[in-house]
Ligand binder design. Structure first.
Ligand SMILES: CC(C)(COP(=O)(O)OP(=O)(O)OC[C@H]1O[C@@H](n2cnc3c(N)ncnc32)[C@H](O)[C@@H]1OP(=O)(O)O)[C@@H](O)C(=O)NCCC(=O)NCCS
Length: 252
């Protein structure tokens, strides 16, 4: 019986399994010379196959579902936050964040509404190209806009890297929310997208952000110039994350 793909997961030996709407899983390995599925190796490739039909022999055999329902990475819920993929109607909220000089002091300063419009277009295009990106964050209890966070491809230090980012409106600072969304972002990046490593960087003076990086497991790698400023680049690999460093607070 034909069933649509609703998501993907890695099995215990890091092979990709397509999760079907019926609740059954089916391996979709890229194993040349016998099977060619290069698309399965990239988040954008997998994202493009959501909704594709696969023949499910387990349905034909009447087997019970074996897979947990897949939650799309376009939305996310943590203990105190909800996250949603950026959309055009988020423009006014993003402007509020980008107009605040205190929030933006460590991010190159306030941005004009025109720059924010371009940023939003870039965030939306990033989702379309890569199958992941930045989310708009809301306070889960009130539904109020709280900030933005997520994963973004970026050229830094002469390499293409995938960055974990987080920025909150001032009333949400100092409550552990950046740590909460950073930990959830790592889970998406490593466990759901199968990324090999992630980076995070900030100004050396941004001690709160540096502390968030350390708390979720990032390790200082080197100083790097980025958009004319010296920044401290931190990195976390999938192996380190799986060895339990991810999400574990480290000593200051
Ligand atoms: C940086 C930012 C995201 C932190 O958000 P947050 O929700 O307050 O962070 P958390 O509460 O999860 O963690 C902050 C940690 O830094 C520590 N901290 C805060 N200010 C500090 C300072 N001046 N010196 C040392 N540590 C500091 C906090 O005590 C906390 O650590 P702890 O849990 O061990 O006590 C937030 O301040 C922000 O949005 N800033 C503006 C944008 C920005 O800089 N974004 C990051 C760009 S890389």
């Amino acid at each position: 019986m034909e069933q649509p793909i609703t998501g993907f997961r890695l099995d215990e030996v890091d092979d990709w399994v397509a999760v079907l709407a019926c609740g059954h899983g089916q391996h979709v390995r890229h194993e040349p010379p016998l099977t060619f599925r290069p698309w399965v190796l990239t988040p954008a490739g997998r994202q493009a196959k959501i909704g594709w039909m696969l023949n499910c022999v387990r349905c034909d055999r009447g087997e019970p579902p074996t897979e947990k329902p897949m939650e799309s990475i376009e939305t996310l819920t943590t203990e105190r936050l909800t996250a949603e993929r950026f959309r055009p109607d988020h423009y006014d909220l993003l402007c509020r964040l980008h107009r605040d000089p205190v929030v933006m002091a460590t991010l190159g300063g306030v941005r004009s509404d025109e720059t924010t419009r371009q940023n939003l277009q870039d965030y939306i295009a990033h989702w379309e190209t890569h199958g992941f990106g930045l989310w708009l964050l809301r306070d889960r209890a009130s539904g109020e806009f709280a900030g933005r966070a997520g994963l973004k491809g970026i050229e830094i230090g002469g390499h293409w890297e995938i960055e974990v980012g987080y920025t909150f409106l001032q009333p949400y600072w100092g409550r552990g929310l950046a740590t909460e969304i950073a930990a959830a972002t790592l889970e998406v990046g490593f466990e759901r997208l199968g990324l090999e490593e992630l980076v995070c960087f900030t100004l050396p003076t941004n001690l709160a952000s540096k502390r968030v990086m350390e708390k979720v497991g990032f390790v200082f790698e080197r100083e790097v110039m980025h958009t004319g400023e010296a920044t401290i680049l931190h990195r976390l690999t999938l192996d380190e994350y799986r060895q339990g460093r991810g999400g574990q607070p480290t000593d200051r």
